[in-house]
Design a binder for this molecule. Structure first.
Ligand code: ADP
Length: 392
């Protein structure tokens, strides 16, 4: 048998059996992947890619000049898609490399087996050349996958680093202001000649600023707790009016200080869900409505309403007539450490870390609900929470 005939025969068999080979690859992978990591497990989506890659590799084995893998944009795109997919599935780099290593083992074993099947017909040295070619093809593909994969991770890390930097800036600002007020307030109180009413006023200032520090700290704790630990939900059947009234009660002082009226609709539907999370959602949305009230408007309002939705769930709305959110920021306000009014000097005094809506988003997710925002600058903002029919 001539070398070209041999190459072609093995390549043809590989092509004919590409699905079985992909299944073999998958089985070996299954044995390796830790069971406790189902979210990074290569899913059916990945299985769509591998058979296709095997077909392309077989074409290259048959005719490396015509099917040069490094020049085949379609197959390189497939390999890059794989990198993208594994990034979305949060696989590790080690795992991606392992997958290609397994592909190499499965395909090279196949080539050796098929060659042995040909017995003395196989040309001398044919298998060595073919394996070398195979190795080259797998390397090119794995490089394309890994480059995409690492590129995406690098971008994610860069973005996270930027957000962390921004957080440090905001957190320092957020803590510095009440801390220096506390320092000044305590110095006044300690002064031997301070008048009684001045001292009383200062105690109030101290109290308010301490509460602000506690609030910031609690928000930070809430973010880590919600994301990383996942707590034990307390599922109850409760009227939305009761939960919203409780949230409004907790924020009464804050609303009074900014002359904002809090209105809770009577007789809203009952829901069965994790009440703690729903309360956190309402507390954050209502307090934002108060914080971003429009000082130029005579009547400032934040209103909670709800109505049953056609799917058996319920639609909760928190509507304010505040300053509104600029359109360009509507898509990003739910991200951690993101603030939408950084270019508004008149709002620079509004305290915040850009965490409230991220907490809301986490809670909404955990409730199996969804959230949307509608806003117009100068007119106001509405947050719409669609709660599912029941929450087990
Ligand atoms: P912050 O601590 O800055 O208030 P949030 O995550 O609660 O953080 O909100 C993110 C940003 O979205 C805010 O900084 C603000 O610019 C904007 N925002 C949120 N809610 C409202 C609202 N009801 N009205 C106007 N802007 C809002």
């Amino acid at each position: 048998m001539l070398t070209a005939e041999y190459d072609s025969a093995i390549a043809q068999r590989m092509q004919d059996q590409h699905r079985e080979l992909a299944a073999r690859w998958f089985e070996r992978l299954l044995a390796l992947v830790p069971v406790q990591a189902p979210d990074i497990f290569p899913s059916a989506a990945l299985l769509d890619h591998i058979p296709e890659l095997i077909v392309q590799i077989s074409g290259y084995l048959r005719d490396p000049a015509e099917h040069a893998i490094s020049a085949n944009t379609a197959v390189l795109d497939k390999a890059r898609e794989l990198g993208d997919l594994r990034h979305v599935q949060r696989a590790s780099l080690h795992q991606v490399l392992r997958e290609y290593q397994i592909l190499w083992v499965v395909l090279s074993t196949f080539v050796v087996e098929q060659t042995e099947g040909l017995g003395s017909e196989a040309p001398p040295g044919g298998v060595a050349t073919l394996l070398q070619r195979l190795q080259g093809a797998v390397n090119v593909l794995s490089q394309a996958t890994v480059e995409t994969f690492v590129g995406l991770y690098t971008a994610t890390i860069r973005e996270q680093a930027q957000r962390l930097e921004e957080f440090t800036r905001l957190a320092a600002h957020e803590w510095r202001q009440p801390l220096s007020t506390l320092q000044v307030g305590l110095a006044v109180i300690r002064h031997p000649n301070v008048e009684a009413d001045r001292s009383a006023r200062m105690w109030e200032v101290v109290d308010r600023n301490l509460r602000q520090l506690i609030d910031v700290t609690q928000k930070l704790e809430a973010v880590t707790r919600l994301r990383d630990l996942g707590d034990t939900p307390l599922v109850q059947t409760i009227s939305l009016t009761t939960v919203a009234q409780e949230a409004a009660r907790q924020l009464r002082d804050m609303a009074d200080a900014k002359s904002v009226e809090l209105v809770v609709q009577d007789a809203m539907p009952e829901v069965t869900l994790d009440v703690g999370r729903l309360e956190l959602v309402l507390l954050n949305l209502l307090s934002n409505g108060i914080k971003y009230a429009d000082p130029r408007k005579e009547e400032r309002r934040v209103e909670v309403t709800a109505a049953p939705s056609p799917d058996g769930g319920c639609r909760l709305a928190v509507r304010d007539n505040g300053v509104g959110i600029p359109e360009h920021a509507l898509n990003t306000v739910f991200r951690r450490f993101t603030r939408a009014h950084v270019d508004r000097p008149d709002l620079s005094g509004v305290p915040g870390l850009g965490l409230g809506l991220a907490i809301v988003d986490d809670c909404v997710d955990a409730l199996g609900a969804t959230i949307a925002v509608e806003s117009a600058e100068g007119l106001g903002t509405t947050f719409l929470v669609s709660l599912p029919a029941t929450q087990g």
